[in-house]
Ligand binder design. Structure first.
Ligand code: SF4
Length: 400
């Protein structure tokens, strides 16, 4: 067994137990990426009730998974879980790889952290996990002051975690460090006096010495990760440090709520790759100087000669990890009872959905927010786009 976890013997538990545990850890770890535990608990419970084994999950459809994932965000995670389950069933004889390397190379959506968590917790492999909580504990423990979101520091952190993990109980050790970061070594209020690592922790020792007027511990001149670790004015809560953030770009979009007089609402399915892949959305077009809502409706519904558009000042903002969208909501009446055929470019991925089914069809938080805004607006307007058009027909289009 190598300490780096690349050449690994597994624990001795029964094959079925290990495999079932690996499936459960896999689901929970993927859900916990970018999402808080308290949010995940309900999703995890419902997921495991619906698909208690990997075999059950492998028989699900992308729509089933999309529905189950609704509201959890980062939808590609659910899709990759499904792809992974199918891959294991179809290509790996239903067996999840039992090595760190195998997990990393075979399972879609499984990166170093998730592979290490599954390998150590389910299979007893000696591999350190490095998540946000572990990074914080290690950065403070060794007083690493260089930004942790750089490749050399991340590699060093993984090596440190691998070196520290207890070979006799790697899964328990990893979970204990993660728990310590979540409950004791918290970002803003580390409880050092209650911490079992206090006597080993360089940050704690440095500040304890500084508080009593003693000289700070000496820095290690050979270390380029912690070369300034003796500087007491870097507070423990400043660690771990990160590179300065670039500001997320803001993207303005027209978001079209297009409805027939029989309360059918037009939705489009996003492409199968990219942001919010495969989910249903209100039609959105770039809100630029030159684009007009009428032109957008004309492109989408070429047979509609005259669409009535209500401009409101309703703007829904949604922040993704790397950008912010501002949806400028427009209400459009096509002037008829019937559903209108979309252009050839859009028709295959369009559907007219009755208003009572819109909430269930939209699975992403950004579009659910838009729908709430639409409902509130209609309630205020007395329910009808046509009535609203009469009142607001000459409202000028807002500009970003
Ligand atoms: S002693 Fe304090 S700073 Fe160090 S690991 Fe424990 S809680 Fe974190």
């Amino acid at each position: 067994m190598s300490k780096g976890g690349n050449d690994i013997a597994c624990g001795k538990s029964k094959l079925e137990d290990r495999q079932q545990r690996a499936y459960a850890v896999w689901v929970s770890e993927i859900m916990l990426q970018q999402t808080q535990v308290k949010t995940v608990i309900d999703y995890y419970t419902r997921w495991m009730a619906k698909w208690p084994t990997l075999k059950d999950l492998a028989q699900a459809t992308p729509d089933d998974v999309q529905q189950m994932w609704a509201g959890l965000g980062y939808y590609s995670r659910g899709r990759r879980l499904l792809q992974g389950a199918k891959h294991v069933e179809e290509k790996l004889n239903g067996r999840i790889p039992e090595t760190y390397k195998g997990l990393l190379s075979e399972l879609p959506g499984v990166g170093p952290y998730t592979a290490a968590a599954i390998a150590s917790i389910a299979f007893g492999c000696v591999k350190g996990v490095v998540d946000g909580n572990v990074l914080r504990v290690l950065a403070r423990l060794r007083r690493i002051t260089q930004p942790i979101d750089t490749t050399p520091v991340q590699k060093a952190m993984q090596a440190l975690s691998d070196a520290l993990v207890d070979p006799s109980r790697p899964g328990d050790f990893n979970q204990a460090v993660m728990e310590l970061g979540a409950t004791t070594c918290t970002p803003k209020a580390p409880n050092c006096t209650a911490c079992p690592l206090a006597s080993l922790c360089q940050s704690h020792r440095l500040h304890a010495r500084a508080a009593t007027g003693k000289t700070a511990v000496a820095s290690d001149p050979t270390c380029n990760l912690c070369s300034s670790h003796a500087i007491a004015d870097i507070a423990t809560t400043d660690l771990p440090r990160k590179k300065p953030k670039k500001q997320s770009p803001v993207i303005d979009l027209w978001c079209l709520h297009i409805r027939t007089q029989r309360d059918k609402v037009l939705l489009l399915r996003n492409p199968d790759t990219g942001l919010l892949a495969s989910s249903w959305t209100f039609p959105c077009v770039a809100h630029t100087e030159h684009a007009t809502p009428h032109a957008a409706v004309g492109t989408l519904l070429p047979s509609v000669k005259k669409a009535d558009v209500v401009h409101t000042n309703h703007v829904v903002e949604h922040v993704f990890s790397h950008r912010k969208h501002r949806y400028h909501v427009l209400h459009v009446s096509c002037g008829g009872d019937d559903e209108v055929r979309c252009s050839d470019d859009h028709n295959d991925r369009s559907q007219w959905v009755h208003k009572t089914r819109v909430a269930a069809t939209l699975t992403t938080t950004n579009m659910k927010k838009v729908w709430e805004k639409v409902k509130a607006w209609r309630k205020k307007q007395g329910g009808g786009i046509v009535a609203a058009l009469k009142r607001a027909s000459s409202t000028p289009a807002p500009r970003p």
